[in-house]
Ligand binder design. Structure first.
Ligand code: ADP
Ligand code: MG
Length: 260
Protein backbone atom coordinates (compact mmCIF):
# COMPACT_ATOMS: atom_id res chain seq x y z
CA UNK A 1 0.00 0.00 0.00
CA UNK A 2 2.76 2.47 -0.77
CA UNK A 3 1.81 6.04 -1.44
CA UNK A 4 -1.30 6.08 0.69
CA UNK A 5 -1.40 8.96 3.10
CA UNK A 6 -2.70 8.13 6.55
CA UNK A 7 -4.67 11.34 6.97
CA UNK A 8 -8.21 12.11 5.85
CA UNK A 9 -10.48 9.26 4.88
CA UNK A 10 -11.65 9.67 1.30
CA UNK A 11 -9.50 7.19 -0.64
CA UNK A 12 -11.32 7.84 -3.86
CA UNK A 13 -11.44 11.61 -3.56
CA UNK A 14 -10.35 13.87 -6.42
CA UNK A 15 -6.60 14.15 -7.18
CA UNK A 16 -4.19 15.94 -4.83
CA UNK A 17 -6.23 16.42 -1.67
CA UNK A 18 -5.37 19.68 0.08
CA UNK A 19 -3.56 17.78 2.82
CA UNK A 20 -0.81 16.41 0.59
CA UNK A 21 2.42 18.37 0.75
CA UNK A 22 5.08 16.14 -0.83
CA UNK A 23 4.12 13.64 -3.50
CA UNK A 24 6.52 11.23 -5.20
CA UNK A 25 4.94 9.32 -8.07
CA UNK A 26 6.63 6.37 -9.66
CA UNK A 27 10.10 7.82 -9.05
CA UNK A 28 13.08 5.99 -10.51
CA UNK A 29 16.75 6.81 -10.14
CA UNK A 30 19.90 5.01 -11.28
CA UNK A 31 23.54 5.44 -10.41
CA UNK A 32 25.03 3.79 -13.48
CA UNK A 33 23.83 0.20 -13.41
CA UNK A 34 22.48 0.52 -9.85
CA UNK A 35 18.71 1.06 -9.72
CA UNK A 36 18.79 2.98 -6.47
CA UNK A 37 15.15 4.14 -6.36
CA UNK A 38 12.60 1.79 -7.88
CA UNK A 39 9.04 2.92 -8.57
CA UNK A 40 8.80 4.97 -5.42
CA UNK A 41 5.30 6.20 -4.58
CA UNK A 42 5.16 8.23 -1.40
CA UNK A 43 2.72 10.88 -0.27
CA UNK A 44 3.42 13.00 2.77
CA UNK A 45 0.58 14.96 4.24
CA UNK A 46 0.90 18.38 5.78
CA UNK A 47 1.91 18.00 9.41
CA UNK A 48 2.81 14.36 9.03
CA UNK A 49 5.98 12.85 10.49
CA UNK A 50 7.31 10.00 8.38
CA UNK A 51 10.25 7.95 9.65
CA UNK A 52 12.22 6.12 6.95
CA UNK A 53 14.20 3.11 8.07
CA UNK A 54 16.03 0.33 6.31
CA UNK A 55 19.42 -1.27 5.84
CA UNK A 56 22.45 0.70 4.76
CA UNK A 57 22.51 1.19 0.99
CA UNK A 58 18.73 0.83 0.57
CA UNK A 59 18.36 4.33 -0.92
CA UNK A 60 17.14 6.35 2.09
CA UNK A 61 19.59 9.22 1.62
CA UNK A 62 19.01 9.29 -2.11
CA UNK A 63 15.27 9.48 -1.49
CA UNK A 64 15.75 12.52 0.78
CA UNK A 65 18.14 14.15 -1.65
CA UNK A 66 15.70 13.87 -4.55
CA UNK A 67 13.07 15.77 -2.55
CA UNK A 68 15.17 18.94 -2.53
CA UNK A 69 16.78 18.14 -5.86
CA UNK A 70 20.27 17.49 -4.58
CA UNK A 71 19.79 14.48 -6.86
CA UNK A 72 17.83 14.49 -10.11
CA UNK A 73 15.48 11.64 -10.96
CA UNK A 74 15.37 9.58 -14.15
CA UNK A 75 11.61 9.19 -14.35
CA UNK A 76 8.47 9.83 -12.37
CA UNK A 77 7.43 13.06 -10.69
CA UNK A 78 7.91 14.89 -7.44
CA UNK A 79 5.70 17.77 -6.38
CA UNK A 80 5.75 19.98 -3.32
CA UNK A 81 2.55 21.84 -2.57
CA UNK A 82 1.27 20.70 -5.96
CA UNK A 83 4.21 22.18 -7.89
CA UNK A 84 6.93 20.20 -9.67
CA UNK A 85 10.48 20.74 -8.43
CA UNK A 86 12.23 23.58 -10.27
CA UNK A 87 15.35 22.61 -12.20
CA UNK A 88 17.64 25.56 -11.57
CA UNK A 89 18.21 29.19 -10.68
CA UNK A 90 16.45 31.29 -8.04
CA UNK A 91 13.48 28.96 -7.96
CA UNK A 92 15.75 26.06 -7.07
CA UNK A 93 17.30 28.12 -4.25
CA UNK A 94 13.80 28.85 -2.95
CA UNK A 95 12.89 25.18 -3.15
CA UNK A 96 15.96 24.31 -1.08
CA UNK A 97 14.80 26.86 1.48
CA UNK A 98 11.26 25.45 1.49
CA UNK A 99 12.67 21.98 2.05
CA UNK A 100 14.93 22.22 5.10
CA UNK A 101 17.57 19.53 5.27
CA UNK A 102 19.62 18.36 8.22
CA UNK A 103 22.46 15.95 7.52
CA UNK A 104 24.45 13.53 9.60
CA UNK A 105 27.47 15.85 9.28
CA UNK A 106 26.20 19.21 10.42
CA UNK A 107 27.49 21.14 7.37
CA UNK A 108 27.73 24.48 9.17
CA UNK A 109 29.97 27.16 7.69
CA UNK A 110 33.15 26.85 9.76
CA UNK A 111 34.34 30.41 9.19
CA UNK A 112 31.05 31.99 10.24
CA UNK A 113 29.67 32.36 13.75
CA UNK A 114 26.66 30.40 14.90
CA UNK A 115 24.53 33.53 14.57
CA UNK A 116 25.83 34.23 11.05
CA UNK A 117 25.12 30.63 10.03
CA UNK A 118 21.48 31.09 10.98
CA UNK A 119 21.22 34.55 9.38
CA UNK A 120 22.85 33.76 6.05
CA UNK A 121 20.01 32.06 4.16
CA UNK A 122 17.50 34.58 5.43
CA UNK A 123 19.60 37.42 3.96
CA UNK A 124 20.56 35.73 0.69
CA UNK A 125 17.51 33.68 -0.25
CA UNK A 126 14.65 35.25 1.68
CA UNK A 127 16.04 38.81 1.30
CA UNK A 128 15.24 39.58 4.93
CA UNK A 129 16.68 42.77 6.41
CA UNK A 130 19.59 42.37 8.77
CA UNK A 131 17.83 43.30 11.99
CA UNK A 132 14.91 40.97 11.29
CA UNK A 133 17.27 38.14 10.34
CA UNK A 134 19.28 38.58 13.53
CA UNK A 135 16.21 38.73 15.76
CA UNK A 136 14.83 35.60 14.18
CA UNK A 137 18.18 33.79 14.39
CA UNK A 138 18.52 34.60 18.09
CA UNK A 139 15.01 33.49 18.85
CA UNK A 140 15.51 30.20 16.97
CA UNK A 141 18.83 29.60 18.72
CA UNK A 142 17.06 30.11 22.04
CA UNK A 143 14.34 27.73 20.96
CA UNK A 144 16.83 24.92 20.24
CA UNK A 145 18.69 25.68 23.48
CA UNK A 146 21.91 27.23 22.16
CA UNK A 147 21.12 30.94 22.51
CA UNK A 148 24.22 31.54 24.61
CA UNK A 149 26.49 30.14 21.86
CA UNK A 150 25.48 32.68 19.19
CA UNK A 151 28.84 34.40 18.87
CA UNK A 152 30.99 31.28 18.86
CA UNK A 153 32.26 29.38 15.83
CA UNK A 154 30.90 25.90 15.08
CA UNK A 155 34.14 24.15 16.09
CA UNK A 156 33.76 25.58 19.61
CA UNK A 157 30.45 23.74 20.06
CA UNK A 158 29.72 20.10 20.86
CA UNK A 159 28.27 17.91 18.11
CA UNK A 160 24.83 18.02 19.70
CA UNK A 161 24.95 21.82 19.85
CA UNK A 162 26.13 22.04 16.23
CA UNK A 163 23.32 19.83 15.07
CA UNK A 164 20.79 22.00 16.92
CA UNK A 165 22.29 25.05 15.17
CA UNK A 166 21.85 23.24 11.85
CA UNK A 167 18.19 22.67 12.71
CA UNK A 168 17.78 26.36 13.63
CA UNK A 169 19.43 27.34 10.35
CA UNK A 170 16.94 25.27 8.36
CA UNK A 171 14.00 26.58 10.41
CA UNK A 172 15.07 30.16 9.76
CA UNK A 173 13.89 29.74 6.18
CA UNK A 174 10.33 28.87 7.29
CA UNK A 175 10.48 25.53 5.48
CA UNK A 176 7.34 23.72 4.43
CA UNK A 177 8.94 20.40 5.22
CA UNK A 178 12.06 19.30 7.08
CA UNK A 179 14.19 16.35 5.97
CA UNK A 180 16.50 14.77 8.51
CA UNK A 181 19.04 12.26 7.21
CA UNK A 182 20.41 10.32 10.19
CA UNK A 183 20.76 13.51 12.22
CA UNK A 184 22.11 11.76 15.32
CA UNK A 185 24.32 9.10 13.74
CA UNK A 186 27.52 11.11 14.08
CA UNK A 187 26.86 12.16 17.68
CA UNK A 188 28.29 10.82 20.90
CA UNK A 189 25.56 8.88 22.71
CA UNK A 190 25.06 11.46 25.44
CA UNK A 191 24.19 14.11 22.84
CA UNK A 192 21.59 12.16 20.91
CA UNK A 193 18.67 12.98 23.14
CA UNK A 194 19.14 16.74 23.10
CA UNK A 195 18.77 16.64 19.30
CA UNK A 196 15.87 14.18 19.32
CA UNK A 197 14.06 16.36 21.85
CA UNK A 198 14.26 19.35 19.53
CA UNK A 199 12.89 17.17 16.73
CA UNK A 200 10.11 15.87 19.00
CA UNK A 201 9.15 19.43 19.81
CA UNK A 202 9.01 20.31 16.10
CA UNK A 203 6.83 17.31 15.44
CA UNK A 204 4.45 18.34 18.23
CA UNK A 205 4.25 21.83 16.74
CA UNK A 206 2.98 20.34 13.49
CA UNK A 207 6.07 20.51 11.28
CA UNK A 208 5.94 18.16 8.28
CA UNK A 209 8.98 15.93 8.67
CA UNK A 210 10.75 13.10 6.87
CA UNK A 211 13.27 11.51 9.22
CA UNK A 212 15.78 8.83 8.29
CA UNK A 213 16.93 7.37 11.59
CA UNK A 214 17.88 4.25 13.47
CA UNK A 215 16.45 5.73 16.67
CA UNK A 216 13.48 3.45 17.11
CA UNK A 217 12.37 5.23 20.30
CA UNK A 218 11.93 8.39 18.25
CA UNK A 219 10.10 6.47 15.54
CA UNK A 220 7.71 4.99 18.08
CA UNK A 221 6.93 8.24 19.82
CA UNK A 222 7.03 10.83 17.03
CA UNK A 223 6.18 9.10 13.75
CA UNK A 224 2.73 8.98 12.23
CA UNK A 225 4.05 6.45 9.77
CA UNK A 226 7.08 4.24 9.28
CA UNK A 227 8.36 3.61 5.75
CA UNK A 228 10.67 0.62 5.46
CA UNK A 229 13.03 0.59 2.47
CA UNK A 230 15.21 -2.19 1.12
CA UNK A 231 17.08 -2.43 -2.19
CA UNK A 232 15.67 0.81 -3.55
CA UNK A 233 12.04 -0.07 -2.88
CA UNK A 234 9.47 0.83 -0.29
CA UNK A 235 8.81 -2.63 1.10
CA UNK A 236 6.42 -1.75 3.86
CA UNK A 237 4.49 1.22 5.26
CA UNK A 238 2.68 1.14 8.56
CA UNK A 239 2.01 2.97 11.78
CA UNK A 240 4.88 2.58 14.25
CA UNK A 241 2.73 0.30 16.43
CA UNK A 242 1.90 -1.98 13.53
CA UNK A 243 5.40 -1.95 12.15
CA UNK A 244 7.26 -2.72 15.36
CA UNK A 245 4.81 -5.23 16.78
CA UNK A 246 3.84 -6.95 13.59
CA UNK A 247 6.13 -6.34 10.60
CA UNK A 248 4.69 -8.08 7.54
CA UNK A 249 7.68 -8.60 5.26
CA UNK A 250 10.59 -10.95 5.90
CA UNK A 251 12.97 -8.09 5.09
CA UNK A 252 11.50 -5.93 7.83
CA UNK A 253 11.44 -8.82 10.32
CA UNK A 254 15.07 -9.56 9.58
CA UNK A 255 16.04 -5.88 9.86
CA UNK A 256 14.22 -5.42 13.18
CA UNK A 257 15.73 -8.59 14.64
CA UNK A 258 19.17 -7.08 14.04
CA UNK A 259 18.58 -3.65 15.51
CA UNK A 260 16.12 -4.13 18.37
P1 ADP B 1 21.17 4.65 2.41
O1 ADP B 1 21.05 6.09 2.75
O2 ADP B 1 19.91 3.88 2.59
O3 ADP B 1 22.32 3.99 3.11
P2 ADP B 1 22.00 5.67 -0.17
O4 ADP B 1 20.83 6.37 -0.75
O5 ADP B 1 23.08 6.49 0.42
O6 ADP B 1 21.48 4.55 0.85
O7 ADP B 1 22.68 4.78 -1.27
C1 ADP B 1 21.98 3.79 -1.99
C2 ADP B 1 22.92 3.13 -2.97
O8 ADP B 1 23.34 4.08 -3.94
C3 ADP B 1 24.19 2.60 -2.32
O9 ADP B 1 24.53 1.40 -2.95
C4 ADP B 1 25.21 3.68 -2.61
O10 ADP B 1 26.50 3.15 -2.67
C5 ADP B 1 24.75 4.19 -3.95
N1 ADP B 1 25.06 5.60 -4.16
C6 ADP B 1 24.66 6.64 -3.38
N2 ADP B 1 25.09 7.81 -3.87
C7 ADP B 1 25.78 7.52 -5.01
C8 ADP B 1 26.47 8.31 -5.99
N3 ADP B 1 26.50 9.65 -5.91
N4 ADP B 1 27.04 7.65 -7.01
C9 ADP B 1 26.99 6.31 -7.12
N5 ADP B 1 26.36 5.50 -6.22
C10 ADP B 1 25.76 6.10 -5.19
MG1 MG C 1 22.09 7.26 4.14
Amino acid sequence: MSGVSVTKGAEDAAPAPAGDLVVLSNVNKHFGALHVLQDIDLTIARGEVVVVIGPSGSGKSTLCRTINRLETIDSGAITIDGKPLPAEGKELARLRADVGMVFQSFNLFAHKTVLENVMLGQLKVRKADKKAAEDKARSLLDRVGVGTQADKYPSQLSGGQQQRVAIARALAMDPKVMLFDEPTSALDPEMINEVLEVMQQLAREGMTMVVVTHEMGFARSAANRVVFMADGKIVEEATPDQFFSNPRSDRAKDFLSKIL
